[in-house]
Design a protein around this ligand. Sequence first.
Ligand SMILES: [Zn+2]
Length: 525
Amino acid sequence: MKKIYLIVCLIIAGYTAVAQGILPTPNSLEYNNSSFVFKNKLSISCDKQCLPSAEYLARCLENSINTKIVKKKSGDVLLNLNPENKNLGKEGYELIIQDGQIRISANTNAGVFYGIQSLRQVLPIEIQGGKDYQLAGIKLAGLKVVDYPKYQWRSFMLDSGRQYQSVAFIKRYLDYMAMLKMNVFHWHLTEGQGWRIEIKKYPKLAEVGSKVASGKGQQGFYTQEQIKDIVSHAQKLHITVVPEIDVPGHSEAALTAYPEMGCFNEVPESVMAFSANLFCGGREKTYQFIQDILDEVCELFPSEYIHLGGDEAPKANWDKCSDCQNKVKEESLKNSDDLQLYFSSRLATYLKTKGKKVIFWGDVVYHEGTTLPDNVVVHWWNWRAHKDIALKNAIKRGHQVICNTNYYTYLNFPLTPWTNYKEKRTFDLKTTYEQNPCDLDEPHELVLGMGCCLWTDWYVQEYMIDQRVFPRIYSLSEQMWSSGKRLDFEEFYHKVKEKYPLLKLLGIEYGPAMREEVPKDYKWD
Ligand SMILES: [Zn+2]
């Protein structure tokens, strides 16, 4: 199999400028006997609706050929929203290179955009890397790609709470997500160790809350202007930015700024690990405070989804707090765990009035109690402690689910042990490709999709992120997108290795793919 694949690659290499495969692997790809040769200029035809896609393609090619956007249908590249195959859904596309024309058609601009991402991958890597390169004279093999995603939700989460990353870094990652056909940037903006989002009504959240931890890269916040800039960059790449405001736990930074929002009006003694310092679930002023924050969040993020965390909220303080326990009595709740369901339910209902869906980590379906409203989506994460209980309970209760477990979608887990990541918290490209429990063969109709995360526990600073994310994220984007027959691992790994020269050109400091490839003295920091 491997031999045949190599021979095919060599034949294609003789015919075209490049022989690398498209990742994530398209649903179907067939070569034909036709071809396309670039001349000195390139005309891109599109109708009015496709103009943003045409402009995007022109920007991608600006260092390699003169492009012109034209209205007539006879351009060298034809983008259109009337595909022959209507079954492509919202994000699928057809890419056809035949008879001297490159045609991309889809039902939506998002589909055309993903067609362009695939087209970019059959161009020389210098062009994908944004470098100067002369396209004139380059010949592309004729082909037909028909492609659409397995899941509508394909997320990458960045923990900007524990460690702050620069705006430039985040934009760079949005670009990589587009290349990987991922469409949701889940932005973990608040954490015990840092509150990173400017809230005008409560300025101390950012002013005080962004400086509560003292490690390198643990201070800083995003102004509302910076956030708008990031959201706008993402929109151009068909990526939705879903903000996470984690409540009631992981809130030590917020409670350092506003101790009166905790049960005992005290500044938390430590911010470095999650604790029982929760927003008080008993007092009405807490609900008002969080709702005011959410008002500003909803103004900044046009996303249909808002993530409200809800994970790891120990109830020791709530159990002792008279306001919390009065609330339990007044609302006829069972206990403090039920109070969290009540708390979550109230906030979800509030956001429903704004037309939003709310995502909570799986912790909210471990316990029985107050019913969560129907706009709640459950984010399944804790496989290590609870296996697939969150997935099963969410489905049983009729909630949509995002599959994103800590086995093996947490890209902060290195390939070999490092600081507090012991052997059990390590994995490589093959592990996640073959053993990821989120990679469901027959997903339930309530499974919205898959996510992966880059947490920044144990001081994972900005410069350490590339080596953790790449190349292993290729396994995950493959599972999120690829809807056809799964390649065997060796064939997939071969395609991943073909991407290394591109990663270098992009300036990605990628790490090792396989455990056995990690040098003895390899540094994870
Ligand atoms: Zn309380």
